[in-house]
Design a protein around this ligand. Structure first.
Ligand code: DGY
Length: 327
C-alpha cells in the first residue's frame, strides 16, 4: 500500500507529479485547516505533510497520529510548533540555502523601488499624467553610498550586504544574535546594538526569522528612533513588527517610506491603511518566488520528505533531536 501525503498550498507541478507516482497524494489550498472536514479526514491516515505555511500545532497533530515528517517548502518555519513535533518524534524540515540569492535580489528590488518610487511613478506615467517635464516632487532618494542597517545577519542578510556593499558602495551596519567577524571583514560591516543601527541607518532591512524573541521586535519606540528620512524594508515576517505602529510612524512622517514583502495578516486585508500610502511599496510575499527557485525549493522539500519516509536523515532536519532519539 502506498504511503499517504498531504500537500498544503504549494508544491510545483513537476514535483507534485513525481510524488503522485510514488505516494497517495492529497492536495489542499485556500482552506481553513482547523475546520475543513476533508482535510482533517485525510490527516488521519497521513504519513507526511508538505507545503507552505501550514500551521502545524498540537491540535493538527492530534488529527495526524501517523505523521513521520513535516516538510516545509520555505526556509522560515514559524508555522511549525517544533517543540510539539519533537516531543512526538516527528521530523521537521525546511529549504535553506537555495533561495538565498533570490530573496536578496528581491530585497534589493524593493529597496531600490521604494527609494526611487518606481511603482508610484509607473502608475503616474501610465495614467497619462506625464504631460510636462518632471518636478522636484517626483524625485527619489539615492541608494548608493548610503548606510544600510541589516537586522538579522543570516545567509540572506549576508547576500544583501554583498549586493549593497559591492554593488552600491553602501556602508553596512548589522545587528544579529552573534557577531560575525567574517562578515565584518568581507563587507566592511559594523556590528551595532539595535538602537544604534536604527538611529544611524538610511535604509533598514529586517531579515530575522520570526521567533518568540523577534515577535514585535520593531514597534512605536523603534520607529521613533529611526531617521525621518529612513526607508524601512521588511523581508522577514509580518509579525516581527507591530504593524499598527509602522502605520502610525508613516502617517506621522516619522520615517520616509516602507517597502514590504510581508504583513501581519497574509493575504493582506484590502482595507489595510498601508495599501493606501503612496510611500509604501507592497508585494505579496514574493521573496523566493521565481520559477527557478520555487522549483528548487519544491524539489528539496520533496527530497527531505522522501528520505524521512525511508527512515533516513533528511539533509535539512530542523529538530535534530528526533533523529538522535531514533538512533
Ligand atoms: C521563506 O522561505 O521562508 C520565504 O519567506 C518564502 O518566500
Amino acid at each position: 500500500m502506498k504511503q499517504k501525503i498531504v500537500v498544503y498550498n504549494r508544491l510545483e507541478a513537476p514535483v507534485l507529479h513525481k510524488l503522485q507516482e510514488k505516494y497517495e497524494v492529497h492536495f489542499f489550498k485556500d482552506i481553513n485547516t482547523k475546520t475543513d472536514p476533508d482535510f482533517i479526514a485525510h490527516l488521519a491516515g497521513a504519513d507526511a505533510l508538505i507545503g507552505l505555511e501550514l500551521p502545524v500545532d498540537r491540535e493538527l497533530l492530534d488529527h495526524a497520529p501517523n505523521v513521520k515528517i513535516v516538510s516545509n517548502v520555505s526556509v522560515g518555519y514559524n508555522n511549525l510548533d517544533i517543540d510539539e513535533l519533537t516531543k512526538r518524534g516527528i521530523m521537521a524540515t525546511n529549504t535553506p540555502g537555495i533561495l538565498t540569492d533570490t530573496v536578496a535580489d528581491t530585497m534589493m528590488t524593493i529597496l531600490l523601488s521604494t527609494a526611487r518610487r518606481v511603482p508610484e511613478l509607473d502608475h503616474w506615467v501610465k495614467q497619462g499624467d506625464w504631460e510636462k517635464m518632471i518636478e522636484v516632487e517626483h524625485y527619489g532618494i539615492d541608494v548608493h553610498h548610503k548606510t544600510l542597517g541589516i537586522i538579522g545577519m543570516g545567509r540572506i542578510g549576508e547576500a544583501i550586504a554583498q549586493r549593497a556593499h559591492f554593488g552600491f558602495d553602501m556602508d553596512i551596519l548589522y545587528h544579529n544574535r552573534s557577531r560575525k567577524p567574517e562578515v565584518e571583514e568581507k563587507f566592511n560591516a559594523t556590528y551595532c546594538d539595535l538602537d544604534d543601527l536604527l538611529m544611524q541607518a538610511d535604509f533598514i532591512c529586517l531579515m530575522t526569522p520570526l521567533t518568540p524573541e523577534t515577535t514585535g521586535l520593531l514597534g512605536e519606540r523603534e520607529f521613533k528612533l529611526m531617521k525621518q528620512s529612513a526607508i524601512f524594508i521588511n523581508g522577514s515576517r509580518g509579525k516581527t513588527i507591530v504593524e499598527a505602529d509602522l502605520i502610525e510612524a508613516l502617517q506621522n512622517g516619522e520615517i520616509a517610506a516602507a517597502g514590504l514583502d510581508v504583513f501581519e495578516e497574509e493575504p493582506v486585508h484590502p482595507d489595510n491603511p498601508l495599501l493606501k500610502m503612496k510611500n509604501v511599496i507592497t508585494v505579496p510575499h514574493i521573496g523566493s518566488s521565481t520559477w527557478e527557485t520555487e522549483l528548487k525549493m519544491s524539489e528539496l522539500a520533496a527530497h527531505n520528505l522522501e528520505l524521512g519516509l525511508e527512515g533516513k536523515c533528511p539533509p535539512n532536519l530542523i529538530n535534530k533531536r528526533v533523529w538522535e532519539m531514533q538512533k
